[in-house]
Design a protein around this ligand. Structure first.
Ligand code: SF4
Length: 293
């Protein structure tokens, strides 16, 4: 990776030297990873579709199952979407659980199987029947007066699950109400709301400054290396605190750093067991607290 440094803009608010250097390095990191570096990432499944209604359905399914290894997530969620071809949205408009149990027989993703998938599809189908699209439901749940996206996400998940609540649905559609970092739902919101690639920007009614970082194990670890995280648990408070730190670099769009930071982890460029060969060429080396020398 080339060690590129962005130009300092004189009208930016003054920050301590390390903060300013860190901002420059993170901006350079963002510029390094474009959509050509996306594989493997569940977002690549969403980018298959051109219709926003399909992108919403593909997005929430890909995000719900985005736990475990990224290549396996893409394979398993991709097979589900293949069976909903050509339009996952249209498939859900006439969804019947008994037919779904036959169509998705044999589905497995880690500890979730066909019954859990069908229950999730039933939630999405009910929301589409009532509101038209998932975006229309989120618009009902969204309140620009909230200080972050948390309360809107809580309302959205509660409306989606309704009276069908089960342990599996609580896991697949996480809510800030239970303190979880909600990495997968925050990821889904990033895809829908942010307007620069690889994200889709199909929910323009949501202010990107309200988004909260999707904190997974990679983001949590690398944020700690960079001095942006001091919480042990990757929970909602940690996600909120990291977002606040990143908002100092970009108040209008703090979550824009997520894709690039996450790439470092998914592509094994910054591994759990830090490696000298990675650190030697790392763009973040001079702002990292623990480079291997
Ligand atoms: S310097 Fe090494 S440990 Fe630090 S972020 Fe880069 S690869 Fe990771």
């Amino acid at each position: 990776m080339l060690n590129r440094v962005s130009t300092f803009e004189p009208d930016m608010p003054r920050m301590p030297v390390r903060g300013e250097l860190l901002r420059q390095r993170l901006d350079a990191l963002v510029a390094t990873f474009d959509v050509s570096t996306i594989e493997p990432d569940p977002l690549q499944l969403v980018l298959r579709y051109g219709d926003p209604r399909d992108q919403e359905v593909a997005g929430i399914l890909a995000a719900a199952f985005a736990y475990g290894r990224a290549d396996i997530v893409v394979a398993n969620a991709g097979r589900v979407l293949d069976r909903m071809a050509p339009s996952p949205y249209l498939y859900l408009t006439s969804f019947v659980p008994a037919e779904g149990r036959r169509r998705f027989a044999g589905f497995t993703h880690r500890f979730h199987k066909t019954p859990e998938l069908v229950a999730l599809l039933a939630c999405l189908a009910a929301a589409i029947r009532t509101h038209g699209t998932l975006g229309d439901l989120f618009r009902v749940c969204y309140d620009d007066a909230d200080k972050d996206i948390g309360p809107s996400l809580t309302r959205f998940v509660a409306a989606l699950i309704g009276k069908r609540r089960t342990k599996a649905l609580d896991y697949l559609l996480t809510s800030p109400a239970n303190g979880s970092a909600c990495k997968r739902m925050n990821l889904f919101l990033r895809w829908m709301v942010r307007t620069t690639p690889p994200d889709l920007g199909i929910w323009p009614f949501v202010d990107p400054s309200k988004l909260v970082m999707p904190v997974d194990t990679h983001v949590h670890r690398i944020a700690t290396f960079l001095g942006l995280n001091n919480r042990k648990s990757a929970d909602w408070k940690a996600a909120r605190a990291l977002t606040n730190r990143l908002a100092k670099f970009d108040p209008a769009d703090p979550v824009r750093y997520d894709f690039a930071i996450c790439r470092l982890g998914i592509l094994d460029l910054c591994s759990r067991r830090r490696r000298k060969e990675n650190c030697d060429v790392c763009l973040l080396r001079d702002v990292c607290r623990f480079p291997v020398r």
